[in-house]
Design a protein around this ligand. Structure first.
Ligand code: HPA
Length: 296
């Protein structure tokens, strides 16, 4: 990585769409972030990038000896606009394991290109961070799954109608990535075992990704249930698709924040989503820390 950076406009809502321009923007952001990684971790490299979903950004506060890097100091980094997404990278250690924490992401419904949504995954790969631990808030569809519980993703259904790989191939990415084990079986076992050891309830299921931002109708939730979805949310899947095209190992945990529309008579409310995920944060943090220690 060189320190000479191509000019990339920070805060550009859509960002570049040309493959070479995306690669240049990724390289510029990776170069800037790499300097901060070296400043805090020396020659150690994070073994995992942890994306903290809605209301789960508190994990950033338990990263030891943290170096905080606001997203707006990194060239070309997509700026989140949603309440509950602070927008900072946190470099440090979790129970001694070097990590790159990311608090705040952009979503498809914010209007940028799908490639913007996956920008940080490309940067993680450029930094040679081999694992990606994603988290999100999701509505519970499956009978017996309750708000306030965590769910490990076993698989997903992409109903966003979009792909971050649409368009020219970027760098060394695989054109047709295999998605038959998108959520790494070994990482999943580690997370499940960690949950059991910690006494944290961890469901396992299929996540349906929708575009949003409107929540679903009860009829749509009946359709998702019939399709085999156990939970529904508006993130994560674009990132996993790019991660697989780059050979990163993924795992993801949903915080079930509400019953999906029509499962009960309760209306859905974003502030409740944030409240419930904050209530689960302590368990989420213990689970992530115990798991990533075994990812290396
Ligand atoms: N639907 C979609 N996205 C969500 C939900 C939901 O019910 N809860 C949290 N994110």
């Amino acid at each position: 990585m060189t320190s000479s950076q191509p000019e990339v406009e920070a805060g550009d809502a859509d960002g570049p769409t040309d493959g070479a321009e995306i690669a240049a923007a990724v390289s510029a952001a990776a170069s800037a972030l790499n300097e901060r990684l070296e400043e805090r971790l020396g020659t150690d490299r994070p073994i995992v990038t942890i994306m903290m979903g809605s209301g789960l950004g508190g994990l950033g506060d338990v990263i030891e000896d943290p170096l905080e890097v606001p997203y707006d100091t990194l060239p070309g980094w997509p700026q989140p606009t949603v309440v509950g997404h602070a927008g900072r990278a946190v470099i440090g250690r979790l129970d001694g394991t070097p990590v790159l924490g990311l608090s705040g992401r952009v979503h498809l419904y914010e209007g940028g290109s799908p490639s913007r949504v996956a920008f940080y995954v490309r940067v993680s790969a450029a930094l040679e961070i081999p694992c990606l631990f994603l988290s999100n808030a999701a509505g519970a569809i499956r009978d017996g799954f309750e708000p306030g519980e965590l769910m490990l993703l076993s698989d997903h259904i992409n109903l966003t109608g979009r792909s971050p790989l649409f368009g020219p191939v970027v760098g060394d990415e695989v054109r047709f990535p295999d998605m038959s084990a998108a959520y790494d079986p070994e990482l999943r076992s580690i997370v499940l075992e960690s949950a059991e050891r910690l006494g944290v309830t961890l469901r396992e299921g299929v996540y349906a990704a929708v575009h949003g931002p409107a929540y679903e109708t009860p009829a749509e939730i009946r359709m998702l249930r019939a399709l085999g979805a156990d939970a529904v949310g508006m993130s994560t899947v674009p990132e996993v698709i790019v991660a697989r095209a780059l050979g990163l190992r993924c795992c993801a945990v949903s915080c079930l924040t509400n019953f999906a529309a029509g499962v009960t008579d309760e209306p859905l409310d974003h502030s409740e989503v944030i409240e419930v995920s904050k209530g689960v944060q302590a368990d989420f943090q213990r689970l992530v820390a115990a798991s990533v220690a075994r990812f290396g």
